[in-house]
Design a protein around this ligand. Structure first.
Ligand SMILES: Nc1nc2c(ncn2[C@@H]2O[C@H](COP(=O)(O)OP(=O)(O)O)[C@@H](O)[C@H]2O)c(=O)[nH]1
Ligand SMILES: [Mg+2]
Length: 384
């Protein structure tokens, strides 16, 4: 039996060769992509099509006559047998193998590019962990630094143990977090706590959560002050909470009113100071705000930032509020961010210990005192 192979750049050209050499009666037995001859072509992974054909084999398949496309599956009547006709499988095979080789080429190229770009800095056994950290929204540099730190801490065989690696990663990040924890109320003393930050981050809502928890759950005496330097009606929201929780509330509109306001609140154990701006661009003038808080002798000034903002916005805002002299960081809207990895470099660069985290609009429930171990889970996912 004579079986011959024909090679050409495309399947069409190969089939034309078969027709010319063997005639239209030739049966196509196989087509496949093979490397092109020559070192250069092999290096570039160039392929050509090889068609194996015979005149003597009795199969229904025939090379389509010149000018005719290989028959498409729909119009040709299905043969009685369940076997797919050769023409059909040929067309399918051709389409699939072209797509497959394109896909393989693309994957190989992307793989090479990504490995070439990252391998020098990312230890190979931690490459998957590295990509997982990127998925969790950690910036590339922060993820690299973490896996490099891990690689230095762990022995090569330990790096092969994913559970051990993850446990160590959590401890490493936990050790880097600064946490102040909740407001402490020493007996017999009045604690003055102010919340500052951009408009809309959740200061007033958080004040209501804190006030309700201290008043209703811990039965402490709480008073509220709103610093509204623009004399606009941003105080109404807090006034409603004050009425519901049944708390005294005083509005302070000029520095001179601060001392009388504190006196007016009387024997409270905790004074919560809410601050208001007009719009994100038009904040309460920050130096003025600082003056109010100095007069109030605030023990704690919590900078409130929303976790739904991007890392650069958060860092920029933190820098802007530096003049107010915050000594705590309070993160809101953790529920709104799809992933929280972007917070890690912010927590590293803003040198304020975390006080509370909020994750919803419900007063008083959606607030927790910050804990390093809980936060690590939220930043990096479960340990196992
Ligand atoms: N999803 C979510 N929304 C919050 C959270 N805290 C506050 N908010 C909402 O954010 C909006 C602005 O809050 P507000 O307290 O008025 O912000 P302020 O301008 O900083 O006082 C309101 O709709 C709040 O209900 C939170 O932790 N998660
Ligand atoms: Mg407000």
């Amino acid at each position: 039996m004579e079986v011959r192979t024909f090679r050409a750049a495309t399947i069409q050209e190969a089939l034309a060769l078969v027709r010319r050499e063997l005639g239209p009666e030739a049966a196509v037995l196989q087509t496949r992509h093979v490397p092109r001859p020559g070192l250069w072509n092999r290096l570039r992974r160039r392929t050509e099509v090889e068609v194996t054909a015979s005149l003597q084999v009795q199969v229904p398949s025939r090379v389509p006559p010149p000018g005719q496309q290989p028959p498409s599956p729909t119009p040709s009547p299905k043969p009685a047998s369940t076997e797919v006709p050769l023409e059909e499988s040929l067309g399918l095979h051709r389409a699939l193998s072209t797509q497959l080789s394109q896909l393989e080429e693309m994957v190989a190229r992307l793989y090479q590019e990504s490995r070439a770009a990252r391998v020098p800095e990312v230890p190979e056994p931690l490459f998957d962990l590295f990509t997982e950290l990127l998925d969790r929204d950690l910036p590339e540099q922060a993820a690299k630094t973490l896996v490099q730190q891990l690689a230095r801490q762990l022995a090569p065989e330990e790096l092969q143990d994913p559970l051990l690696v993850r446990g160590r990663l959590h401890r490493l990040v936990e050790s880097q977090l600064r946490v102040a924890g909740p407001i402490q109320l020493p007996p017999g003393q009045r604690r003055v706590v102010a919340l500052v930050g951009p408009t809309g981050v959740g200061k007033t809502t958080t004040i209501a959560k804190l006030a309700a928890n201290f008043r209703l759950r811990q039965r402490r005496r709480v008073g509220l002050i709103t610093v509204d330097t623009y004399r606009i009606a941003a105080v109404e929201q807090l006034r409603i909470y004050a009425q519901i929780i049944d708390l005294p509330m005083v509005v302070v509109a000029s520095p001179g009113e601060m001392a009388p306001a504190l006196a007016q609140l009387g024997q409270v154990e905790l004074v919560l100071i809410d601050t208001a701006g007009r719009s994100p661009r038009d904040e309460v003038k920050l130096h003025e705000l600082k003056a109010f808080l100095t007069l109030a002798q605030a023990d704690e000034v919590h900078l409130v930032l929303s976790a739904s903002a991007g890392a650069s916005t958060l860092l920029q805002t933190a820098r802007r509020f530096d003049v107010v002299g915050p000594n705590r960081l309070l993160l809101t809207k953790l529920d709104e961010a799809a992933a929280l990895g972007h917070l890690l470099p912010v927590l590293e660069q803003v040198p304020l210990p975390l006080s509370y985290l909020t994750d919803g609009q419900n007063v008083p429930d959606d607030i927790q005192a910050a804990r390093a171990d809980h936060l690590v889970h939220r930043l990096l996912g479960q340990a196992a």
